[in-house]
Design a protein around this ligand. Structure first.
Ligand SMILES: Cc1ncc(C[n+]2csc(CCOP(=O)(O)OP(=O)(O)O)c2C)c(N)n1
Length: 586
């Protein structure tokens, strides 16, 4: 066993090059064992084992600085930099995050989880080095898929002019999460097919030197190549061809399914039983496909995550040219949606809420200044989305809820969601975003006949007195539970309101409450500051109404437990009911 002897890159350097393939095999086995029991990014890590061994074998980290794009493929780097036990000891599987994290190790330079940032971040390290006459290498690792994000281009463009030591390793496994999309991929293919000699070369056009390595999973070849470029005095791209999922047949065969996975059988690759429950992604894909068949103008847009809106490979084939995958290019998706809407089409862009953060300007300028009727579907926003500090998704209400001309809707269940989607697609007046509930499908079984063209009309679900609970989106059931508790334990009949509109106040309804209510509480699954409830508190400011807002305090928690985070913010049914009693003086 080599692995148990490696506590740092210095230990790795004691091995002969000929011993490295055996180490790679041991690391692969450890990765498969952990991933099967714990879940994580399977394909990206299995394909990058040799690369990360070779990097630590040749370079001198942390003097030399490594920046991993997304950093979802950095597990071998972690194993080699003193964090082995988080991969070999089941009791310690949760000790490390799934991404690079400077709090974990001096070998990690940034918290990273969104794509296409590595070249830009590393360009800054290179600039800082040069300002201080440093002599370290700066090495960025970026996948082929992540090249499609605009920030990657911007990074290459800057570095291309810097003329300084910079090694960009393009880890080309011919896949994003799903298949790659974009004109760039024709050039990557030409480069692969000509062993790097194609006359057109994206990287040299941007001012980089270039070298191609066909066998990016041959550790000895990689060691030689990295030795050649170490201490280089100008920017170079090392384009390496790797196999996503290498060493685990199911992952090599079905690369999309095995990009990220939960528990599986490490022998067969079979998944643990998944309960057959409805989910909004599947429902959305089926809905959109049906609507597309009825109306040629409808086009779905994805930015490299097609299954979040239900577009499995089968549905993608069926959708044909009524589905556009722009690559991992959220900014392009928003601007293109605006253009499609302006041109008379009906774009529906679905995304993970955390990744829309980079599109603030496209939402403001390209979409909302122009007021074009694109439809945006925000999935997995709220505390029940992804919980890594790099993937937090509870800032969307503060971000999108404050953009003029945008209608942002929060359905509390399935019927409302599809009624809102019907309206958003039918209306041709304004951009509409819908916050798809992230706490599972809740169905009333009753059709929602609301006319959503009447903007900012809240629904009074129960009429009461003294206290009104305004519970937004997927927190509506919690609001109902608080009202139930007040009725049962205190005989208080609370008013329960489902606001539905994040972006506007129902002033008539709010003002009418002042007649027989003393307390209003708001509940939202998002950041308190700049959020929904604060606007209601502000409206009531000049009145005698007492208002309490519940949401998540401005923060960036890492790998939190949702129930604990909610409790820490006072968001429990018991706690809210107790607060209301106190505010009513009971
Ligand atoms: C801004 C942003 N959008 C989407 C994602 C989701 N995502 C994570 S990894 C990935 C694909 C990356 O592909 P590639 O760079 O080729 O790396 P590979 O996983 O193939 O090694 C995507 C789309 C993300 N992390 N960040």
């Amino acid at each position: 066993m080599y692995l148990e002897r490696i506590d740092s890159p210095a230990d790795l350097k004691k091995l002969a090059v000929g011993e490295l393939p055996a180490l790679a095999q041991e690391i692969r086995e450890a990765l498969i064992a952990k991933l099967a029991a714990h879940g994580g990014h399977v394909g990206p890590n299995l394909g990058a084992v040799e690369l990360e061994i070779a990097m630590h074998y040749v370079f001198d980290s942390p003097h030399d600085r490594f920046v991993f794009d997304v950093s979802h493929q950095s597990y071998t780097h972690k194993i080699l930099t003193g964090r082995r036990e988080a991969f070999t000891d089941p009791a310690k599987y949760d000790d490390d995050s799934g991404f690079t994290n400077p709090n974990e190790s001096e070998h990690d330079w940034f918290n990273v989880g969104h794509t296409s940032t590595s070249i830009s971040l590393a360009s800054g390290l290179a600039k800082a080095r040069d300002l201080m006459d440093g002599d370290n290498n700066v090495v960025a690792v970026i996948g082929d898929g992540s090249l499609s994000g605009g920030e990657a281009f911007e990074g290459f463009d800057t570095v291309g002019e810097m003329g300084t030591n910079f090694i960009a390793i393009v880890n080309d496994n011919e896949m994003s999460i799903a298949e790659n999309h974009g004109g760039l991929y024709k050039n990557l293919r030409e480069l692969r097919e000509t062993n790097g000699r194609a006359s057109t070369n994206y990287f040299t056009a941007l001012g980089f030197d270039y070298r191609y390595i066909e066998d990016g999973n041959d550790v000895a070849v990689l060691v030689d190549a990295l030795r050649d470029v170490k201490d280089i005095d100008h920017p170079i791209v090392l384009h390496i061809h790797t196999l996503k999922g290498k060493g685990f047949k199911p992952a090599e065969t079905d690369k999309e399914t095995w990009h990220w996975n939960g528990w599986f059988d490490p022998q067969t690759g079979e998944f643990a039983d998944r309960p057959a429950v409805e989910d909004y992604s599947t429902l959305t894909g089926e809905y959109l496909l049906r609507r597309m068949k009825e109306d040629r103008r409808i086009v779905a847009i994805t930015s490299g995550t097609p299954t979040v809106m239900g577009f499995t490979p089968e549905l993608r084939r069926e959708a044909g040219d009524q589905l556009v995958d722009v690559g991992i290019a959220e900014e392009q998706a928003v601007a293109m949606a605006s253009g499609i809407a302006r041109g008379g089409g009906i774009p529906v862009y679905g995304f993970y809420g955390t990744f829309i953060q980079r599109t603030y300007d496209q939402l403001m300028q390209d979409l909302c200044v122009n007021g074009n009727p694109a439809v945006l579907l925000d999935f997995a926003s709220g505390v029940h989305g992804m919980n890594d500090v790099t993937h937090l998704g509870f800032y969307d209400i503060a971000m999108m809820g404050n953009i003029p001309n945008l209608v942002y809707l929060a359905p509390s269940g399935k019927e409302e969601y599809f009624a809102m989607l019907d309206w958003a697609i039918a209306q041709r007046e304004r951009p509409v975003a819908i916050r798809v509930p992230a706490m599972g499908v809740v169905s009333t079984g009753k059709a929602d006949t609301t006319d959503y063209s009447q903007l900012d009309r809240y629904e009074t679900v129960r009429s009461g007195r003294d206290v009104a609970i305004v519970a937004l989106g997927d927190f509506q059931p919690m609001g109902a539970a608080v009202a139930d508790m007040l009725r049962e334990t205190d005989g208080i009949e609370a008013t329960l309101i489902n606001p539905k509109f994040i972006t506007g106040l129902d002033l008539d309804l709010l003002d009418s409450l002042t007649a027989d209510h003393r307390v209003v509480v708001t509940l939202e699954d998002g950041q308190l500051e700049g959020g929904f409830g604060e606007k209601i508190a502000s409206h009531y400011g000049p009145t005698g109404m007492r208002v309490r807002n519940y949401g998540i305090a401005k923060s960036m928690p890492d790998r939190y437990d949702p129930a604990e985070l909610l409790a820490a913010n006072g968001i429990t049914v018991d706690g809210i009911a107790a607060d209301i009693r106190a505010m009513l003086g009971l």
